[in-house]
Design a protein around this ligand. Sequence first.
Ligand code: GUN
Ligand code: ZN
Length: 627
Amino acid sequence: MTTPVLLPVINPNQLTIAPKEMREKFNIEMVITNSYVIWKDGNLRERVRGSDVHSLLGFEGPIMTDSGTFQDHVYGDVEVGHEDIVRFQRDIGSDIGTILDVFSEPDFTEQEASRAVDVTLNRAKESVDHKGDMLLAGPVQGGVFPDQRRRCAKALSAMDFEVHPIGGIVPLLQSYRFADVVDIVMISKSALDPSRPVHLFGAGHPMIFPLAVLMGCDMFDSASYAKYARDDRIMYPDGTRFLNDLRDLACGCEACSSTSVDDLKEMERADRTRIIAEHNLRISLRELQKVKNAIHEGTLWELVEMRARAHPAMLEALKALINHVDFMEKAEPTSRGAAFFYCGPESYDRPTVLRYRDRFFSRYRRPNTKVLVGFDDADKPYSRHYAKEIRDVSEKVDASFLVASFFGPVPIELDEMYPIAQSVIPKNLDKEVVQRIRDVMERHAHGHGFPLAVIWEGDKTLEFLQEIAPGRGLVDMDLLRTRAVLDIQFGKGAADVLDGRKVEFVKSRKTGKIRNVLVDGRHAFSMRARDGRFTLKMDGAEMLMKALPPPAMRVMIEDEPAEFAARGANVFAKFVIDCAPEIRPGDDVMIVNTKGELVAAGRSLMNREEMLAFNRGIAVRVKQRTE
Ligand code: GUN
Ligand code: ZN
């Protein structure tokens, strides 16, 4: 199946929508049911004996089963052995079983939460031996306590599980404490093995899907679609409405298009429930499809920020997410396919913005001019908008140029690099963002190192500069751009590969932009029009090997796969020995063998933690080979 995926909950005693229909009419790939409900019910148990859960439910696709933990949370009378229920799930042919974890309530004291974690971990240890061929889910518990969640996630990651649900969050979801859910999920995610899928237990409302997927949740289960329907509650991506409060269904799904609010109200209860359940399921599936599109386009942050406006609790959740931006940054691709859209003051805290700022301050090396001229933000690309000013000043003054942008200080030579040119930011920004940009520019003002810096105020600035800093400015914008992008993209010092060498450019005849960079006649780098970053050629990789001391921008792999990579084969994660910590998905990297020798170059699909954790999948797509 493809993640993110929604598993409708099937109650074997109450089939609001039959599983067979789910597959045929709704394209449901996988469902979840409760093994404890089957175990406890003599009749169901008899029916499943000798056949399996797939024929019991009449569902041919994969089936996940839960263990009774939630029944224990709701009714408190679960009396099945934790090993027995795992064996039972295995024996009835469940595809993914779940251990009998201890539901850690949000109002637990830390001591109680710690106890729930202890018991969950003990049961986990004793359960994995019984799973057989079944995949097994080990839920993270720990209440609202970061230390407990972290401890639980770490210990479970060291055991033989295939899936890690995040448990104990249903009461938080029901009381709209989404910010607490965010903290719990992010703490758990940061301590879990990144190669294992994460299931958000009990999150069945579409309004939470974009946020949850952005946090790295892969699987969801929904009992809500049917439960809500029984109370005449209708789900939408921005919340829930009571049928009685609606004027119009405002939905074109298959369930809604043949009925109306009035029709529904007049219907027999069972019929009404059925139609609302269908709608609830369809709207949930559609929201996940939207999420998939957003991932494909590179606009998931935008979708989450838009959804955050639907409810103040969602806005609080987004603000809570921002506290975990350092962790998010490690998984943020170097560039996204779509432009960066400003959706509100929270956009300023996206990983992309943080990364630009950090890399600018830690990697950028200023040109050696006497003067820095600062421009206000303007239309992009900046070098085109300020072309005349730059030309006029450069003829008479030894100056560099910089724009005070939303992302921070942008040297004019970086103006085509993602996300600078690929962003849409309104002119009138929220006050708090204006202040934060000002703070960053202040930081820059204190440390930029130019003997003189001025803010451009038209011709009078030029006259002033001409008197105190006469000379000639930077005329070779292509060289300047190449140096700056090399340093920002590969690390401070990367631009040294150009020192003392002959540098030539192949440029697009249509746009005038750099296409290829030739160093001493060798094609070293190609600049992508899409994001203004370099694709590494073999010659460029060889040069960077000398300019950047190991392990910078290198992925070290085992020697035998290195021989294959040298001939163009992709690098699988399981062969990775180590990876430079600064590498991000989308980075152009050098692939080296155990002696540290360059064997190939390619595009990374993972960060270091992921490369070391994954046992399957491609870590680096090889683009350039040595043989
Ligand atoms: N369903 C909803 N929450 C939970 C949980 O914490 N554990 C299990 N096993 N199932 C759940
Ligand atoms: Zn509908």
